[in-house]
Design a protein. Structure first.
Length: 346
């Protein structure tokens, strides 16, 4: 997908104000604490239940099935942490942040680090210089990122379409490692709290694995669990923006168009809502980050109709097609590096 032209239309804040008023009057910006209470309770109950299954199975290769189950539950807990970070659950920031830190600690992620990174993404989605989600060393999301590459990062960018899903197997481990680094260096607020939560997570995780399981089974469990968790998270976040237009400071965009033109929705029923944690409504989420995920489905037709009425491109497609668009974009960006005789990076 090409970059947005410098002549992209911008009309100030009036359109967004009108849309916001419409959704507010429909009650779609109101908190849904009861819904979140049930969602969190069911998720934690499933988590506890799978822990009991893990203990009952003992040292068995069937534990690889529980590893896959924990990958799904880790992602579901991470989605709830994401919602807390966007202040979707409680009215007060302090209560949301406290819950977010606990949920982040449960899966071994620094909530403070993730919030800083994710806030910058929301402020500048698909901005070629400002969006941290476009700054992934082993991949290139724009033609400009392919220049000057050498060695491993050049090779991965050259073959990135084929490597995309295999590389996601490392995403879970990457999240753990970065979290440990930023907490160790004191780059997050509430450093002591996050350090205690991370230490507790890894202590319980490794103690449980190497107490209940023999070393070969424990190592296989870690590989399956962490690998599938990374793939699940990557497959949940990638459809929202990858393959959509990018832009630079040379392009003038108002808030509404900046969020809509760089985002993609994924069609589907309630199972897609569950599977992607509400991130399938990426456009609505970016326009109204504090909107509870339970309201996104109702907001979607209102936002789409508003965009169509105002001549704003509104992108949506099925889940499998969204991955096709992502891979086609990665293949197109890496194409110059695959040309015969392409000059080596200097």
């Amino acid at each position: 997908m090409p970059a947005l032209p410098e002549t992209a239309v911008t009309r100030g804040t009036g359109d967004y104000t009108d849309l916001s008023r419409q959704l507010r009057q429909a009650g779609l910006l109101d908190r849904r604490p009861a819904g979140y209470f049930v969602k969190i309770a069911l998720t934690l109950l499933a988590f506890a239940g799978l822990c009991l299954v893990f203990a009952a199975l003992g040292d068995s290769w069937w534990q690889l099935a529980t590893a896959a189950g924990f990958a799904v539950l880790f992602a579901q807990v991470a989605f709830l942490g994401h919602d807390a970070g966007h202040q979707q659950i409680f009215r007060g920031r302090r209560a949301n942040d406290r819950l977010g830190r606990v949920l982040g600690g449960l899966v071994g992620i620094s909530y403070g680090w993730w919030m800083g990174k994710h806030t910058r993404h929301h402020a500048n989605p698909n901005h070629e210089d400002e969006d941290p989600d476009l700054d992934i060393p082993l991949l290139a999301f724009t033609r400009g990122q392919t220049g000057g590459r050498r060695g491993l990062v050049r090779w991965t960018a050259k073959h990135q379409a084929g490597l995309f899903f295999p590389l996601l197997l490392l995403e879970g481990l990457s999240l753990h490692w970065v979290s440990i680094q930023v907490v160790w260096r004191g780059e997050v607020k509430a450093r002591r709290t996050e350090a205690v939560l991370l230490l507790a997570h890894f202590a319980v995780y490794f103690t449980a694995l190497f107490t209940v399981l023999s070393p070969p089974v424990a190592i296989a469990f870690i590989a399956v669990h962490q690998g599938l968790w990374g793939v699940y998270l990557g497959c949940s976040f990638a459809p929202g923006h990858k393959g959509m237009p990018t832009y630079t400071d040379a392009t003038s965009l108002d808030f509404l168009r900046k969020q809509v033109l760089t985002s993609r929705n994924v069609r589907g029923g309630y199972w897609v809502d569950f599977l992607l944690g509400g991130l399938n409504y990426q456009i609505e989420h970016h326009l109204f980050p504090a909107m509870p995920r339970f309201n996104l489905r109702r907001a979607q037709p209102l936002v789409r109709e508003f965009c169509l009425r105002h001549g704003i491109d509104y992108a949506q497609c099925g889940l499998l097609r969204s991955y096709r668009y992502v891979l086609e974009h990665l293949r197109e960006v890496g194409e110059p590096l695959r040309r015969p005789g392409a000059p080596a990076a200097r």
